[in-house]
Design a protein around this ligand. Structure first.
Ligand code: NDP
Length: 257
């Protein structure tokens, strides 16, 4: 697997924490030779810290480029590829991971600001990133080459009360991903969706607007997955032979099945 990933250029959105951070590290650990990692999120200082941790762990075989990028801002996405250094422009893998949930509320009570943040980040952001990167893939032989790995959620398959908007965003991701895969059949562009169940990250802290005690209560008495559990699946999917598509994966902790 390490050989297949060697020399690749990989973009991870939402790489400043949780699943995205774990994914960046897992790529670096698995293939520490000639890998180029572009780490994006809004918190640039945190991304620089992640980049430093990767360098310390795997050394100089991996080039890491932290880039401040708000995926809910279409202008920033438009400028993303053009403003990359030349040696980072030939992207091979896009991990569309940036995402969030805001609040737990019945549908009539959800603030319109939260609705917009969730859709603009989880859905429009993911679509805009995909549109920004696909032309790079399509220039390559056999109809194109490259991987788009979308992080959906179990919530996109099994909606729950109090999470209608978040569930709707992840159902939209699922539908978009399935359509895109059909549009790109018979190319070497792989469209992959990985849907986690409960993973302990900053996700719940964001859900409760920074209230850590409420976030911690979510995991009381259960054993959630870790970011590393998801990262291993992402890297496994990207590391398959080119005509092997791990199209659709649901991964949850045993208490949640
Ligand atoms: P975290 O909160 O730990 O990480 C979310 C990441 O997304 C952060 O790096 C954050 O960075 C980034 N992000 C949020 N908004 C934006 C934005 N507008 N532009 C760019 N980056 C953004 O949560 P997780 O790691 O758990 O979440 C990662 C993905 O996994 C999400 O798509 C989530 O929906 C999904 N997921 C999570 C589950 C869980 O139980 N944790 C379960 C199922 C799916 P920054 O704040 O620096 O911008």
């Amino acid at each position: 697997m390490a050989k297949r990933l060697e020399g690749k250029t990989i973009v991870v959105t939402g790489a400043s924490s949780g699943i995205g951070k774990s994914t960046a590290k897992e790529f670096a650990r698995t293939s520490p030779k000639n890998l180029k990692l572009i780490l994006t999120a809004r918190r640039i200082d945190t991304l620089k810290q992640v980049a430093a941790e990767i360098k310390e762990e795997v050394g100089d075989g991996v080039q890491v480029l932290p880039v401040k990028l708000d995926v809910s801002n279409p202008e920033e996405i438009k400028n993303f590829v053009p403003s990359l250094p030349e040696e980072f422009k030939e992207i091979d893998v896009l991990v569309n991971n940036a995402g969030l949930v805001k609040g737990v509320a019945q549908a009539p009570e959800i603030a319109s600001e939260d609705i917009n943040i969730m859709f603009n980040t989880n859905v429009t952001g993911l679509i805009n990133m995909t549109q920004a990167i696909l032309p790079i893939f399509k220039k390559r032989s056999e109809g194109g080459r490259g991987d788009i790995i979308n992080i959906g959620s179990i919530a996109g398959r099994e909606p729950y009360a109090g999470g209608s908007i978040y569930c709707a965003t992840k159902a939209a991701v699922r539908s978009f991903t399935d359509s895109l895969r059909k549009e790109l059949l018979a190319t070497r562009i792989r469209i992959i969706e990985i849907d986690p169940g409960q993973v302990e990250t900053e996700f719940s802290v964001v859900r409760f607007y920074g209230d850590k005690s409420k976030a911690d209560a979510v995991y009381k008495g259960v054993e959630p997955l870790t970011g590393d559990d998801i990262a291993e699946v992402v890297v496994f999917a990207a590391g398959r032979r080119e005509n092997v598509v791990i199209a659709d994966t649901l991964i949850f902790p045993s208490h949640q099945g």
